[in-house]
Design a protein around this ligand. Structure first.
Ligand code: C2O
Ligand code: CU
Ligand code: CU
Length: 560
């Protein structure tokens, strides 16, 4: 009997541990890049097939974009998702109109063609949809991919950079599937891990120094990465670029949206096996992934992955390649520090909840939910700003800023650890912690198109833990800025479109124009309301002509 149970257990553990070769997406590069995002499906689990989104030839996730600093790229994103979407280049320093935020909607069947110059340092970024309230479902179903930026400074270093050989994207997601095997965008008890979309993955890596580009693309789980047997590795890069020097460590925390590049020295290990793991037992309880918090009443969100240590990726070490990298460099790049003495503006954002004990939200910034018609900050061009983040809620939140990279000044008054002292665009803020960062807003003034900042726990973001800022060229003067932005609401609109003329003088004419440029309606005097009930659904432009300038606002009409 005992033997029977034992062999049954063995059988289960063997079938559960069936290993699959890690999928490494192909790369796309060049001056023009086309992404076609489509509805698809994947058999992730026995039984019902899982609805997914795939990009180009893939059924889930997309190709890796390799871009070069200084290069001009024309993107084309075609939407065949059966739903409206947007596409955001997370971490790239591009103008707001090219950033793919919630305003830049791509209707089903339509394309979007942003163009921009790559201005970032060599690092690992990613792309994913950013539709208001639907970022979670769209990104988690696979409408996302990795972006690798290369530059001449990085190229001059002796670092692994053979994609798929000694330099790999490692995109980790933990999913919760519902009772009919569909991905739950509000997962709180996620338990299925995917690495580059592969379940139970293994990878063969050569016995030399290898580079892993860790990206956490999960809904809410933070990973505390380490290697089995506590093997040390070197952190070489944060979200927005390489560090000044590699930092040798045994752990690196990567919260949703964050990236970390690490070097692992597999020299002399041919034939051995190690694991990339997450050490949940070592994380604090306020972080999703740490030991579950015991709440009053005992009603606790709980995932079987919380508070435990588990394998994420099996690494089989194979023979070294020709010309391997065999040493970890002692220094990398010079990271210019932004100095607090040069800051000319301070802002403070408190993370709040209506119920201070809430663990699943909704969570707020300064007690306010996201409103597409409210600009939270107007940031003068070339400002250097210190932002203070203070988390008053029970749970930690990964705060993400679009448009620019920032540097951490301090956590509760202490300078950041060396492994997070580089350029960042996501920062995990713990319960009752105060984090200050510094950023300089050097480019892309545009009073009409906002950049986002938000929690990168996708459920929190979709629930409204998001705000928006515009960069204004203060040489224009405040009146011009106000006049340039009559707010229209609601947007999306149905039936009636309202125009707030209170801050706008001297409007002579308004026109509604279709997305193909056809004039739909013309209004000679400023109207506060326009009847749009007879329009078919889609994107329209409202052209507002004033005596001094004219403005075009995009409106999404959804009458059905
Ligand atoms: Cu990764 Cu606002 O996004
Ligand atoms: Cu982003
Ligand atoms: Cu959050």
């Amino acid at each position: 009997m005992k033997n029977h149970i034992l062999s049954l257990l063995l059988l289960i553990s063997v079938s559960m541990s069936a290993q699959n070769l890690l999928f490494v997406p192909d790369t796309l590069t060049g001056a023009s890049i086309s992404l076609r995002v489509s509805r698809d499906s994947v058999q992730f689990l026995p039984g019902r097939i899982t609805q997914t989104y795939g990009i180009n030839s893939y059924k889930y996730f997309g190709p890796t974009l390799i871009l070069y600093r200084g290069q001009h790229v024309s993107m084309s994103v075609t939407n065949h998702m059966g739903d409206t979407t947007t596409m955001h280049w997370h971490g790239l320093h591009v103008a707001a109109i090219n950033d793919g935020g919630p305003q830049s909607m791509i209707m089903d069947g339509m394309s979007w063609q942003p163009q921009f110059t790559i201005m970032n340092n060599a690092s690992t970024f990613w792309y994913h949809p950013h539709l208001n309230r639907k970022t979670g479902i769209q990104a988690l179903r696979g409408a996302a991919g990795v972006i690798i930026v290369r530059d001449s400074t990085e190229a001059a270093l002796n670092l692994p950079r053979s994609y798929g050989v000694d330099d790999l994207p490692i995109v980790v997601q933990s999913h919760e599937f519902d009772s009919v095997n569909q991905i739950n965008p509000r997962a709180m008890s996620d338990s299925i891990l995917l690495v580059n979309g592969t379940q139970n993955p293994y990878v063969n890596l050569p016995a030399q120094v290898v580079r892993l580009r860790l990206l956490n693309a999960s809904q809410e789980r933070t990973f505390y990465f380490g290697l089995s047997a506590n093997k040390t590795f070197a952190v070489i890069g944060n979200d927005g670029g390489l560090l000044a020097a590699p930092v040798s460590t045994t752990r690196i925390s990567v919260s949703p949206g964050e990236r970390a590049e690490i070097l692992v020295d597999l020299g002399g290990m041919n034939g051995q096996t190690i694991y990339l793991r997450s050490y949940g037992s070592e994380m604090p309880s306020d972080v999703r992934g740490g030991p579950p918090m015991i709440m009053p009443g005992g009603n606790t969100m709980y995932s079987p992955l919380d508070g435990i240590d588990y394998n994420i990726l099996r690494i089989n070490v194979t023979a070294a390649t020709a010309n391997p990298v065999t040493t970890i460099p002692s220094s990398l790049v010079s990271v210019t520090r932004l100095l607090e003495a040069n800051a000319n503006m301070a802002r403070r954002i408190e993370f709040t909840a209506l119920d201070s004990l809430s663990m699943d939200g909704p969570f707020y910034f300064n007690q306010q939910l996201f409103d597409m018609n409210r600009i939270d900050y107007r940031i003068p061009l070339n400002n250097t700003e210190v932002w203070t983040l203070y988390d008053k809620t029970m749970v930690a939140h990964p705060f993400h800023l679009h448009g620019v990279q920032f540097q951490i000044l301090d956590r509760d008054g202490n300078p950041p650890a060396a492994k997070e002292a580089g350029w960042k665009d996501v920062i995990l803020v713990h319960n009752l912690e105060t984090v200050r960062f510094i950023a300089k807003f050097t480019d892309f003034p545009d009073p009409n198109t906002p950049f986002m900042y938000h929690c990168h726990i996708l459920m929190h973001e979709d629930d409204g833990m998001m705000g928006q800022y515009v960069i204004v060229d203060s040489t224009l003067g405040i009146n011009d800025i106000q006049a340039a932005a009559p707010s229209i609401y609601p947007n999306p609109a149905s039936g009636i479109l309202n125009i707030d003329l209170s801050s706008t003088e001297s409007i002579s004419k308004m026109q509604i124009i279709s997305s193909t440029g056809q004039l739909i309606g013309s209004y000679d005097r400023p109207a506060r309301q326009i009847d749009i009930s007879s329009l078919t659904d889609g994107i329209y432009f409202l052209k507002i002509e004033g005596n001094e300038r004219s403005d075009v606002r995009k409106v999404l009409v959804m009458n059905r």
